[in-house]
Design a protein around this ligand. Structure first.
Ligand SMILES: C[S@@+](CC[C@H](N)C(=O)[O-])C[C@H]1O[C@@H](n2cnc3c(N)ncnc32)[C@H](O)[C@@H]1O
Length: 182
């Protein structure tokens, strides 16, 4: 899984704080798994706000520095994912994609946008995928019989859905579990 941290400029400090909480939630969830995902944080600069907030929130919560990557297979880079992974393996996940995904493949690198933009949701990841010429897919939310969830989910929720499907759950079950009906 790639978290594309290259959208920092599109967010204010409040959104960046909320984003960091979601990234840490994804990390805390992943580190409990028997078979954790490989996380790659791309387009992240050591002097970025996201990096500073990750350090701060993690140490506030645990009293430790954010060094999950020393125990887990994590990777941090200021480079773009197209410079790191084979282009043919890349799949951008976007709520604005035309195509729905129906499988989680272990030979693919799924890119999740490190974005929280509840107030003004722009198709940032879809535009980036088009610009880079890589496939772009959305989660099959239409499989849910109930209507209600926003189409743009938090990245921690997206990660949990991918993990459940990867472990063999049906999409409907994973979606219903992660997006409880109110
Ligand atoms: C809050 S969404 C941000 C939406 C943002 N407007 C964009 O352009 O992606 C956070 C990230 O989770 C992933 N995501 C959220 N909902 C999704 C969905 N329904 N299908 C696929 N990916 C989704 C995307 O990678 C997205 O960038």
């Amino acid at each position: 899984i790639v978290f594309d941290c290259g959208f920092e400029d599109t967010m204010g400090m409040q959104e960046l704080r909320s984003l960091t909480r979601q990234l840490l939630k994804a990390h805390y969830y992943n580190r409990e798994l028997d078979d954790p995902f490989f996380f790659s944080f791309c387009n992240i600069e050591p002097d970025s706000n996201i990096w500073a907030l990750l350090q701060k929130f993690h140490s506030n919560q645990t009293g430790q520095t954010f060094d999950g990557y020393s125990q887990l297979p994590y990777h941090f880079s200021p480079r773009n994912f197209t410079d790191i992974f084979p282009r043919e393996d890349l799949v951008m996940l976007s709520p604005d994609a035309k195509q729905s995904m129906y499988e989680v493949r272990s030979d693919k690198v799924y890119i999740i946008g490190a974005i929280t933009d509840k107030a003004s949701s722009k198709p940032l990841t879809m535009s980036k995928a088009k610009r880079l010429g890589i496939p772009c897919m959305k989660l099959p939310l239409h499989l849910l019989k109930w209507k209600g969830p926003r189409k743009d989910l938090g990245l921690d929720v997206v990660l949990q859905i991918l993990q459940m499907v990867n472990e063999g759950s049906a999409w409907e079950d994973a979606l219903n579990h992660c997006l409880p009906q109110r």
